[in-house]
Structure formats: C-alpha cells, structure tokens
Design a protein around this ligand. Structure first.
Ligand code: IVH
Length: 659
C-alpha cells in the first residue's frame, strides 16, 4: 500500500476509535492497539514529511457530547505523550534538560488514573463550575453532577486565589464498580464495560439523582488557568496545598531525581494489582513550575510531563465451557465461559472467540488453561492456550449444526456460522427489536432489556409492525409485574410519537448489516425517499461516493430477503422524506467547523447545515467550500488560509446560515 494511502487509512481508523472512545463510551480496540496505530501514523508522517494538519496526531481526541451546555477551559486540557521503556524516558529527560539548560531535574512520579479528566473552577474559594475535558478546549458543564460527589470540597479554605481551575480524574473504586454493575444487570441486563466507562456514563448522566446514588471518587493532580495571586511554584508544594485544603490526592506520589524515576514507576506498577482503582501507567512531571512554563507544549501535549504506560493486564484462568450466541444479523459467535478473573478493574466471566477461524487458531478446548488479556476499557481477549498443563480432562468443542436459539440448520459463510431464520429466530428478533427502538433509531422511550424480553417471550412482538399494535395488550402489559400503569402509558405515548420517523433514522433502524448512522444519513441524502432506496439497484448504490461493494450488496440482499415485515411496518408509519429544506442555499457545499462558539453549539451548527443542504465535514481539503471559524481554532484555520478557503466568523454565522 502506498504511504499516503496508509496514512489516510490509519487516520480514518483513529478518528473512528476516538469517536467510539470519547463520544460513545464504547471503545472497540485496546489502548495498546490504539497506541500502536498512533505510533505507526506518527512514523509514516515523519518519513513522508506529510504536513497532515488535520491528523489525529495533532489534535486531542473527542468532541463535546450533546445535552450539556458547553464551556471553554481557561487553559486547554491536553493529553500526554507516552513512553514504554527506560530508553524512551531517557530521551524525554534529555529533551527536558536541553530545553531548560540544566541537569538534575526533580520529577514527580504518580499513578496515571484510568478515569475521566475533569476541570473544576473555584472563584474566590467557591466551587463555581466543573467542565469535562471534551475536545480539550471546550467541555461539558457538569457542575450539578460534580456537586453530588461528597469527596470534592466545595470551598478552598486556605489561600484561595481569585480564580483557579483544579484538574483531577474521576473514577469508581473497583468494589463500587462491581456493585453498580450487579445492580444494573439485575435491572436491565446491561452493564458498563469498565470502571472508566461507568465514570464517563455517570458524570455525563442528565439525572443528578443517579449521580448522587453512585459513589464517584476523585484524585486531584493538576492546575489549569489561574489568577496572578496564585503563587505556588512547584508540583510538590501544589500537592501539599491540595492536601491542606482537604482535596483528595493520591498517596503513591513521589518526588525524585531522574535516576530514581524508573524505580518509582516500578513501585507503582507492583502495587497495581492491589489497588482499589484502575491505573494504566505512571505520570512523570517536571516538579518546578518555572521549568514547566519554559518547556511549554508541543501540538497537543506538554513537554514537561510524560505518561509511562504499563502493559495490558493479563491472567491465566480455566475455560469452563464454550458456548455460541446468536447476534442481531444471525451470526453465531463462539464465546468462552471462564472461571471469573479480575482484569483492569472488571470481573470477566465471558470472552468472545469471534469466529471459527479463531477457534481453530487457538486450538482451544473446554477445561483448558488460557491467558486472558484486557487493556483498560477494551473487550477482553484470549491470547494463548497453555497446552503444557493439559491433563487429559480437556474436551473438544462441539461446533453446533443447529441454531442455539431456534434450532434452524446453520450455514457456514467463510469463518462464520449463520442462522438465516431471520425474525423467526427469537435471538435475532430480540437483537433487531433492541436496535429498532434505540435512541438513534426509532427513539422509543420506556423499552429496556426486561420489557423487550417479555414482549418477545409473550409473543406480543413477532415483527416490527407489532410494536405499533401493543395497545391491543394494554391490560396485559399493565398487569406485568414491575411495570407501572404510568410507565406503560408513557411507552404508548412514545410509540405514537415515533410514527413519523425521518428517513435517516428509519434507515438506521432497519439494522442492515454494516449500515450504521453515517451510512443511513448518506443514503437518505442520496435517495431522498424510502421508495427510491428500496428499489435501488446495485448500480444505483455504487453511484454514491461513500458506499462500497460490500455495503451495496448488503442493502440489496436485505430488501430482497428481509423478514422484519417491512410492508406491514410501512402501513403503520409515515416516513418523512429527506428534505433539503425550502431553503437549500447550502446545497452540497462542504463546510468545516473549527473552534468553539459563544452562541452556538457545534451540533446545532451541523444540524442546520444539514437541514439547508450542506455537508458538514471534519477535515479541511481542497474540496472544502467554507470554514466556520470559532475561538481557539487550531490548525484547521491555518490550512484553510493556505488553501484560500472562505471563512465565516461567529458574527456572520446568522447571515451565512440564514437563521
Ligand atoms: S497530568 C497536560 N496526572 O491522563 C496534561 N493526568 O493522557 C497533564 N491522567 O488528560 C495531565 N492521571 O485525564 C495528569 N496523575 C495524572 C493523571 C492524568 C490520569 C489523565 C488526564 C489527562 C490524561 C492524559
């Protein structure tokens, strides 16, 4: 593959994983895998002299999510560069000493907490606001939620400056995490994948009561912006200041010369397994603030601090059984039921084995001893089978011939097993239904795991259209244990309100393989009405920029073979055509937004651009038509200037968008 092509591919991958990690709280790859991709991109960029202004290596991941007000940080919340070895740390230290023209630097060494960064502002000693990291420049205002956390002092009592941003990491203790997950599982069958994920989901919960009911914890470790009357000049003194003011500070922090840094990192690593919270490395910081200032930042990370990352945690355990589960699209996936192990904070009892090829590659048997590995938030994996300790009790795995959910004969498609019984298979019906009603699809409130199971098991829902006939079972539903009359009435209201979905949502709701939100949106824009999409040929679909052969085939196959009862469903609903609004003055213009705005949220701007026919885009290229420019714009502005792209500033947004 050509270098430029590989750069492009990795960039897209990293952007996707940033989105999954920061915006959706549902990462799909390990931190180590992310780091490897990132390192590869950096290397390629270096070797190819690519300027890559819009590269993920030049920006902090993540964007602010909806529903909370946005707020700019006084000083950006940045990331840290990583080192993985003593040699790499040595290079970091050499650069530090070169910049400050002094040796014998004193460093602090402290755990790198695997939680959620938060910036809390105190004015005249009073807590006035709390903002999540967001995109590093602008985060979400979560003050109300932060006020629920008992451990966070609401006042700085001693030597409070006029204004100061205190930075820290919010997390759940491992025991609390397990308790929360047990309760959630009982209530709706869903769990958080990791303590970090639970902390993210809790601090961005719109219901303060939920936040209050969960014992979030915090460690403070840094300063953002502050007024001139804050005169502390070393990290060690700052930590003391925090302690004196009763701010929770981690007690594994140490201060030492460079020669002792590795020892301190090792000390933290060796205590890792016994801690009641999750860490994924150590952070090494230059102690002296004057030196920190001199060193400053490069691109997205400080030159005065570095994260010394630990390897992913792994443990040996026993395979109790290998079972098979049926997903929404009929794919039958093997998974190992293992003797539970605690790995990076979460109790793991099931591990996916992905497909038949993976089963063969591992050569795994029931009763085998296997190595399970998991980094941070990410899905655990079996990386090795220890065949040396086999004792004859191992049993080979029975590959099913029949679907474990509906007993239909399974088909083999490459490395996958598939049940093609569609909605007649209860597991597929359940998977489809959960997706169909979800927030970004038909958006029906009041349908959780428990009630969905009931609706399917009791036979009230056999195909999509049945959702709209649930009122026929009003009495029965109201008599179900655990579902009050009011909640059923609200459910009916929400179902009624969903009868006129817009085309994008509806396409997404169909749950066609590999047609998610983005593709659904592109299809809606291209075909404008559902009828046209339904009768589109392979050739028609391939006319679209962003649809490849596989997706086009999936779509054709879906409409030919669907079992969701599409015709019946269409009798119940009225799909709203994709309208490029009466005012389509932005028709097909590619518009990039950068920076933050006083009077608009980025989501609002994107929505309006879409409504008026424009295409919000994420990176600047020669194809970009306009750049909407906010505060603290970063590199996109520079690139737009170089390419001579027209710029719209906040004052002119109203005119430009014809608001
Ligand atoms: S200091 C300029 N100290 O790691 C950045 N960060 O990867 C200085 N983190 O955004 C941050 N533990 O959310 C610092 N002891 C620690 C930390 C820590 C966790 C997080 C923090 C930061 C991210 C960077």
């Amino acid at each position: 593959m050509a270098v430029s092509e590989e750069i492009k591919k990795i960039k897209l991958e990293l952007e996707k994983h940033n989105r999954l990690y920061y915006e959706d709280d549902s990462p799909e790859i390990t931190d180590a895998e992310y780091d490897a991709l990132y390192a590869r991109l950096k290397e390629l960029e270096k070797n190819s002299n690519s300027d890559a202004e819009d590269s993920p290596t030049k920006k902090v991941g993540g964007k602010a999510k909806r529903s909370f007000e946005k707020h700019n940080h006084l000083k950006p919340m940045l990331s840290l560069n990583n080192v993985f070895s003593e040699e790499e740390f040595k290079k970091f230290d050499e650069r530090v000493e070169k910049w400050v023209s002094e040796d014998n630097t004193v460093y602090s060494v402290e755990p790198k907490f695997d939680g959620i960064g938060i910036s809390i502002t105190y004015e005249k000693g009073n807590l006035v606001r709390a903002v999540t990291r967001g995109d590093g420049l602008t985060g979400e205002l979560v003050t109300e939620n932060i006020l629920q956390i008992e451990k966070i002092p609401k006042k700085i009592r001693l030597n409070a400056p006029d204004i100061i941003e205190l930075r820290g990491e919010i997390f759940f203790g491992l025991k609390d995490f397990e308790k929360i997950n047990n309760e959630l599982e009982k209530a709706n069958g869903k769990k958080f994948v990791s303590p970090r994920n639970a902390a993210a989901g809790t601090i961005r919960n719109l219901d303060t009561e939920i936040v209050k009911s969960r014992p979030l914890d915090i460690f403070f470790y840094g300063i953002g912006g502050h007024s001139d009357d804050f005169t502390i000049n070393a990290h060690e003194d700052f930590i003391k200041y925090l302690k004196d003011n009763h701010f929770p500070v981690n007690d594994l922090i140490n201060f030492c010369k460079k020669t002792h840094v590795q020892g301190q990192v090792q000390k933290i690593l060796s205590s890792r397994e016994s801690l009641n919270y999750e860490i994924d490395g150590a952070v090494v910081k230059v102690n002296d603030f004057k030196k920190q200032n001199k060193l400053g930042f490069v691109s997205k990370a400080p030159r005065w601090a570095v994260a010394w990352k630990f390897p992913a945690s792994e443990k040996y355990t026993k395979v109790n059984d290998v079972l098979f589960s049926v997903g929404r699209t009929g794919v039958v996936t093997p998974f190992a039921q293992i003797e539970p192990v605690l790995l990076s904070g979460a109790k793991i009892s099931n591990v996916s084995l992905h497909n038949m090829d993976e089963l063969k590659r591992l050569g795994i048997m029931v009763n085998d001893t296997v190595l399970v590995k998991r980094a941070g938030d990410v899905i655990p994996q079996i990386t090795k089978v220890n065949t040396d300790v086999r004792n004859g009790s191992e049993k080979s795995i029975n590959i099913p011939e029949y679907c474990p959910s509906c007993s239909n004969v399974l088909k083999t498609e490459g490395p996958f097993l598939r049940c093609d019984n569609g909605m007649k298979c209860p597991a597929q019906l359940f998977g489809f239904f959960e997706h169909f009603v979800s927030r970004k699809a038909m958006n029906i409130e009041g349908l959780g795991y428990k009630i969905n199971k009931h609706l399917i098991n009791l036979g009230y829902v056999k195909e999509a259209a049945d959702l709209f006939k649930l009122q026929n079972f009003e009495t029965e539903l109201k008599a179900l244990e655990g579902f009050g009359e009011k909640s059923i009435d609200n459910l009916f209201k929400s179902i009624e309100a969903s009868r006129k979905p817009n085309l994008e949502r509806f396409i997404n709701a169909l749950g066609m393989p590999e047609v998610g939100e983005t593709t659904a949106s592109a299809l809606a824009r291209f075909f404008k009405d559902f009828g046209s999409l339904r009768k589109a040929s392979f050739f028609d679909l391939m006319q679209m920029d962003n649809i490849g052969e596989v997706v086009a085939k999936n779509i054709i196959h879906f409409f030919k073979n669907e079992t969701i009862g599409l015709d019946n469903l269409l009798n119940e609903i009225e799909i709203q055509d994709f309208i490029v609004s009466k005012d389509s003055h932005l028709d097909n213009l590619k518009i990039v937004i950068t920076g933050s705005f006083e009077n608009f949220s980025r989501d609002e701007l994107k929505q309006t651009i879409k409504e008026k026919g424009g295409i919000p885009s994420s990176s600047i290229s020669s194809k970009t038509d306009f750049l909407i420019l906010g505060e603290n714009p970063g590199s996109k502005f520079k690139k737009a200037q170089e390419l001579g792209i027209q710029v719209v500033t906040e004052d002119n947004i109203g005119k430009f968008l014809k608001l």
